[in-house]
Design a binder for this molecule. Structure first.
Ligand SMILES: C[S@@+](CC[C@H](N)C(=O)[O-])C[C@H]1O[C@@H](n2cnc3c(N)ncnc32)[C@H](O)[C@@H]1O
Length: 256
């Protein structure tokens, strides 16, 4: 039996996420929910998609789930690369915002479902599940339960792709968020029957690319984003003493 090592309070997380979804434009609500952060959020969005596409190859036949989809920021940028994509979130207001966007965009292969512990999808029905910056808002035990559900809904040989904050010192922000130590996150992920197939650090915070982007301060200069990202890829492991936290990636496999 795993011992809970965080102080995260799920009710507090839901309240905060509902507030963000209603008070902030959908794109910012899931990134830095300070409207003044729009320019920085463009780079954050580029980094997220870059990391996901590089580490989770999608095919046109894939049925995909995003666990903790927020307002659908990533789903609306990935839905053209797969057959069907389903977003799940514990915040009903995030799901409302995502459904509103889906209606505006007239997407046909996208579905959003408000869900808590039990995932309302059939056994062995999903090829890939991805989770981006969500486990840092969940207690250890809730992650353990979610992984059991992942194992149930994934097809044999299906994969779960986890992107989450870690920090070498471990850091909790009240009862809302935790940057687990890498070994703590690994321990929680290893508590399931899914096998850890890959693990690496993919984004460093702060990053050189972000600091250049911030200095440019012109949101029309998006052509430079791939170059900044390539620079960041080269520097991800450099000077760990200056790193506040990482985005760490894990691929988990359901064995057949
Ligand atoms: C920082 S946002 C990231 C949203 C999205 N993954 C993205 O990167 O654009 C975290 C999301 O996780 C959701 N979340 C937190 N705890 C959850 C849980 N136990 N189950 C499902 N979703 C959860 C929040 O409501 C929020 O929408």
């Amino acid at each position: 039996m795993m011992e809970e090592k965080t102080k995260i309070d799920v009710a507090t997380v839901i309240k905060d996420m509902n507030r963000r979804a209603t008070e902030t434009p959908a794109f910012e609500a899931v990134l830095d929910a300070n409207v003044k952060s729009h320019h920085a959020n463009i780079y954050r969005n580029h980094q997220s998609l870059w990391a996901i596409k590089k580490n989770m190859p999608l095919t046109k036949n894939d049925v995909v789930v995003e666990f903790g989809c927020g307002t659908g920021r990533l789903i609306f940028q990935l839905n053209n690369y797969c057959k069907q994509i389903i977003g799940l979130d514990i915040s009903d207001k995030m799901i409302d915002a995502a459904n509103k966007l889906a209606k505006e965009k007239k997407t046909s292969n996208v579905q959003f479902i408000h869900s808590a512990e039990k995932i309302p999808l059939a056994d062995n029905s999903v090829d890939k599940i991805y989770v981006c910056w969500v486990f840092s808002l969940m207690p250890d035990m809730a992650i353990h339960q979610a992984l059991k559900e992942f194992e149930r809904i994934l097809k044999p040989n299906g994969g779960a792709y986890i992107f989450d904050h870690t920090s070498n010192s471990g850091k909790e922000t009240g009862n809302l968020q935790v940057h687990r130590k890498p070994e703590h996150l690994q321990e929680v992920l290893a508590s399931s029957n899914l096998k850890i197939a890959k693990n690496k650090k993919v984004i460093r915070h702060p990053s050189r690319g972000m600091s250049i982007w911030t200095k440019i301060n012109n949101s029309n200069f998006t052509f430079i984003l791939p170059l900044l990202q390539m620079l960041d890829d080269q520097l991800v492991l450099r000077k760990p003493e200056f790193i506040d936290y990482y985005t760490e990636f894990f691929e988990l496999k359901k064995l057949s």
